[in-house]
Design a protein around this ligand. Structure first.
Ligand code: SAH
Ligand code: SF4
Length: 376
């Protein structure tokens, strides 16, 4: 058969892949074999999948779509961080970042081309939004990085995956849940669920849905201790204010038996970094299953925000520690190649306008706007 491939096995969770195979008249164990090839060995060419029948190899070769995003550029930071710019068609570029540390290697993946949520301190938000990535494009980032990084004694250098690249993962719910399943599966990337982290700016209904469909670790971008400020920094707060968001977090921690929720807090000089604000934050999180990750603001062209001073950061952290809240300061990695948190911009052409409801903020104007609604 010639023509466009109509089977997309990459990124499909095991039950769905088994269904795809049963549609081809194949036994479920074929799905397991294919997963071992794709994720265990990084092999995407059906011709090399020697334990599949000749007929199945032929079917997959003609009808299967195993394409990975195309590498546009690769940059390596002086601190060992690697950033890939990947082309996903129609002039759109996304970014994926690998951050090596002594005991682990974290891959930061993108979930959307751009982001519609327009947080005022974020380069991705500045870019606007074009579209959701498919599960194949999300898992494709992992396969591609895994291949490029090489394995050590047969083990992947990727021990953790965080959805902290471009995009709001919970606005692309279905594909992100599928990708999480593949990351965690023993026949997928075999990453413990505690090492797969979905980071959200606070889409409350989707947090509640995630608790039913996945048990990945949850990180929440809080960034302010009161609604007045959070409305400005994270506009989705106007729809889902802090009290509602935190209740969803505590429920998530309880129902998924999670170790706790990580709260991300970008440190913006003179905006959200006072000791009074630290005390207000402590009040919200005290005696809860919460830890805090303070992120020094990473500057990007066109932003007026400034990073908090080391002194302000230390004082803020001390208030939280005094309240027995585990608080880390995120080390800035890869900022010389614009790979640090919030610096990912990729290339978002042909931006679309996303309906955020009455209280949502209007997205930045862009050429050729067409309206889409949240998926799911
Ligand atoms: N959309 C998701 C995940 C991607 S952003 C979210 O908002 O959670 C990953 C983290 O980087 C978030 O906590 C985000 O708020 C933070 N961030 C965004 N811009 C930043 C910047 N310029 N400097 C530091 N952190 C930033
Ligand atoms: Fe989107 Fe997250 Fe950036 Fe906000 S911080 S604009 S939700 S990517």
């Amino acid at each position: 058969m010639n023509g466009t491939p109509d089977l997309s096995p990459l990124g499909l969770p095991r039950p769905e892949l088994e269904q795809l195979f049963s549609g081809l008249g194949e036994k479920p164990f074929r799905a397991r074999q294919l997963m071992r090839w794709m994720y265990g060995r990084g092999v995407l060419d059906p011709a090399e999948m020697t334990d599949l029948s000749g007929v199945l190899r032929e079917t997959l070769a003609t009808r299967g779509d195993f394409r990975l995003p195309a590498i546009d550029t690769v940059q390596e930071s002086s601190d060992g961080t690697t950033k890939w710019r990947l082309a996903v068609g129609a002039g759109q570029l996304i970014e994926t970042v690998f951050i090596p540390e002594e005991a682990r290697g974290t891959l930061c993946v993108s979930s959307q081309v751009g982001c519609a949520l327009d947080c005022s301190f974020c380069a991705t938000g500045r870019q606007g939004f074009n579209r959701n990535l498919t599960a194949a494009e999300i898992i494709g980032q992992v396969v591609l990085a895994d291949r490029a990084l090489g394995r050590v004694a047969g083990n992947s250098r990727i021990t953790n995956v965080v959805f902290m690249g471009m995009g709001e993962p919970l606005a692309n719910f279905r594909s992100v849940v599928q990708a999480c399943a593949v990351l965690i599966d023993d026949l997928g990337f075999q990453i413990s669920r505690r090492r797969v982290t979905v980071s959200t700016s606070g889409l409350v209904p989707q947090i509640r849905k995630l608790a039913l469909e996945s048990n990945a670790a949850l990180a929440v971008s809080l960034h302010a201790p009161d609604d007045e400020l959070r409305n400005v920094l994270v506009p989705i707060n106007r729809r889902h204010p802090i009290a509602e968001l935190l209740q969803a977090c505590w429920d998530y921690a309880e129902s998924t038996n999670a170790m706790g929720i990580t709260f991300e807090y970008v440190m913006l000089s003179g905006v959200n970094d006072s000791e009074a604000q630290a005390r207000a934050l402590a009040k919200l999180l005290k005696n809860r299953p919460a830890k805090v990750n303070l992120i020094p603001f990473n500057h990007f062209p066109g932003s007026d925000y400034r990073r908090s001073t080391p002194d302000a950061l230390a004082r803020f952290r001390q208030v939280l520690l005094d309240n027995r809240i585990m608080t880390m300061v995120r080390r800035t990695r890869g900022d010389d190649i614009a790979a640090a948190c919030g610096q990912l911009a990729g290339q978002v052409s042909n931006r679309v306008l996303v309906a955020l409801g009455d209280k949502g903020r209007k997205p930045a104007p862009g050429p050729a706007l067409r309206e889409v609604r949240w998926q799911n």
